[in-house]
Design a protein around this ligand. Structure first.
Ligand code: PLP
Length: 353
């Protein structure tokens, strides 16, 4: 069975060098630290990975968390007080929504990727001491990319900072895989980036914030999920470090994923399917009806293709889909097998003729 529903965009979770780095770290540094970072949970491995991630994102410093959920839960409360305002895309990830709930800033939700609405909300927030615009770089249900250039223009015009969650972009979006900010040419205009080690960067676990050094210093002193939760285990850190090193050395893996994504998207469109988004490896095959998405996913499994149907409340009513995720680990013939299965099941269910 071929897996087409993992966030393993670059196939690094089974890369021999990544796996070996985990084994090596287990042997040299042990299974775990039995401690949070600031007591006795910081090893050379953690500092080294933080430095490599800062380098990768071209930011001053980095702080690791047990997950990106934690990174999102731990940021806003530290940064923003009751005199500040946070402007958040209505479709941001649940962990951002929860993180924002924990802070006491004025909350303004703008319509999904709607710059006009964002501008209105920025005007509304002008009396606040500080403004932070918060968006996913890529939204995982549709694979749509936030209009970061317009967001940065508005942020500069209205004196706001910009935060992006790059879980579905780090490692493969942009000419060197640095993310949505690189893709859209705004790496020097986005102040704070959160991302995960649990998707393209080896797929194990872990999250982080990169940004200005004073912010990272402050997070180390005050961020609750960092202060009160165990350090990442050495094997997890070892795997992620090797993944980042591979990506710092070459963009070949990301390019191969992009080529495979375009192969799938083009052939599916030619076959008559509607694929949402434009070039992201998240390829939502739009079906509309929830039951149809579920039945088709079951049939795909009978053809040896593992995909999942998404329906309300995960996506809006009437927008059920099968979310296919392309990985560098797929071969061209894997992609074609997936395509054949879609054509057969799509015909059976009357989705295509
Ligand atoms: N942010 C986004 C956009 C995500 O898709 C996810 C994972 O589903 C997270 C944050 C949480 O990441 P993690 O699994 O590292 O907690």
């Amino acid at each position: 069975i071929l897996n087409f529903c993992a966030n393993n965009y670059l196939g690094l979770s089974s890369h021999p060098e990544v796996v070996q780095a985990g084994i090596d770290a287990l042997k040299t540094h042990g299974a775990g630290l039995s401690s949070v970072r600031f007591i006795c949970g910081t090893q050379d491995l953690h500092k080294n990975l933080e430095q490599k991630l800062a380098e990768f994102h071209e930011r001053e410093d980095c702080i690791l968390y047990a997950s990106c959920f934690d990174a999102n839960a731990g940021l806003f409360e530290v940064l923003l007080g009751p005199d500040d305002a946070v402007l958040s895309d209505e479709l941001n990830h649940a962990s951002i929504i929860d993180g924002i709930r924990l802070c006491r800033a004025k909350r303004l939700r703008y319509k999904h990727m709607d710059l006009k609405d964002l501008e209105e909300k920025l005007r509304e927030a002008q009396s606040s001491r500080m403004r932070l615009v918060v968006t996913d770089g890529v939204f995982s249900m549709d694979g749509d990319v936030a209009p970061l250039r317009g967001i940065c223009d508005l942020a500069e015009q209205y004196g706001a900072m910009v935060f992006i969650d790059e879980c579905h972009a780090t490692g493969f979006l942009g000419p060197r895989g640095r993310g949505t900010d690189e893709l859209l040419g705004v790496m020097d205009r986005v102040q704070i980036v959160n991302s995960t080690l649990g998707k393209a960067l080896g797929g194990a676990a872990g999250g982080y914030t990169v940004g200005p050094k004073p912010l990272i210093d402050l997070l180390r002193q005050r961020s609750r999920p960092y202060l009160f939760s165990n350090a990442l285990p050495p094997p997890v850190v070892g795997c992620a470090t090797r993944a980042v090193e591979l990506l710092l050395a070459s963009n070949e893996i990301a390019q191969s994923m992009t080529a495979k994504t375009m192969r799938f998207r083009n052939k599916m469109t030619q076959a008559g399917f509607t694929i949402s988004g434009s070039s992201h490896p998240i390829c939502p095959v739009m079906l509309g009806d929830a039951r149809l998405a579920s039945l088709m996913a079951d049939d795909m499994l009978k053809h040896g293709i593992y995909v999942i149907g998404f329906s309300y409340p995960v996506v809006p009513k009437g927008k059920a889909r099968i979310r296919v995720q392309i990985s560098a680990a797929h071969t061209d013939s894997d992609i074609d097998r997936c395509l054949d299965a879609f054509i057969q099941t799509g015909r059976k269910h009357g989705v295509i003729s």
